[in-house]
Design a protein around this ligand. Structure first.
Ligand SMILES: [Mg+2]
Length: 209
């Protein structure tokens, strides 16, 4: 799995997943935060299949995105790694489980998944910084976030989207309801102006052509 962080200078090659072989006409990229968008964010860390609890409809929504021909990249901060709460292997196993669920829903590939091992705001790879997004654009053919969307549930997700030039999408799952209130602060007026808001990932996907 890709490790978008210099803790591991020689990341293992990706087990995934290039869209090149798919018989689909590709549209823009949809970037997805993980916790609170795909799986429930219970305020604790999710680092095992047992704690990966999909938000109802989210797995099917990703499959639907694929069917509609969008590129899909998951970009997530996994700060628990740096804190020593779990390891990269735990994250990879959790993602293997998520991929199994996606496969069962008919989504047999995505274009990439990137996680940073820290959530420190001075880490260029952690959101709202754009290190993971830039690395993805460099490594995955045809990904241009300026033409796409990034879906998240926290302010740092919306800011990361703004920073990379993607359209920010807020979902009211995870911390989304709190974030929607926070968006009313004067500091976030520009982010609020750009952000489109949906109840959940499924509703966003439904809105796309
Ligand atoms: Mg989140």
């Amino acid at each position: 799995m890709w490790q978008a962080n210099n803790l591991n200078p020689q990341p293992t090659p990706p087990k995934i997943i290039w869209s090149g072989g798919d018989q689909i006409r590709s549209k823009c990229v949809i970037g997805l935060d993980r916790d609170g968008v795909i799986n429930r964010d219970l305020g604790t860390y999710c680092f095992s299949p047992a704690t990966f609890d999909p938000i109802p409809g989210s797995i099917e929504a990703i499959a639907e995105l694929r069917r509609k021909g969008y590129k899909i990249v998951i970009i997530t901060d996994q700060g628990g790694i740096e804190k020593g709460l779990y390891t990269q292997e735990d994250v990879d196993l959790t993602h293997d489980y998520m991929f199994r669920l996606l496969g069962e829903a008919g989504c047999t590939s995505i274009d990439g998944i990137y996680y940073s091992a820290s959530s420190r705001k001075e880490d260029i790879y952690a959101k709202p910084n754009t290190g993971m997004f830039k690395k993805c654009e460099k490594e995955v053919p045809g990904i241009r976030f300026k033409e796409g969307y990034y879906v998240g549930d926290k302010i740092k997700d919306l800011k990361a989207a703004m920073n990379i030039g993607a359209r920010p999408v807020l979902v009211r799952t995870g911390y989304g309801v709190e974030t929607e209130k926070e968006l009313n602060k004067w500091t976030y007026r520009k982010v609020k102006q750009r952000t489109i808001i949906f109840d959940n990932l499924a509703e966003f996907v439904e809105s796309l052509a």
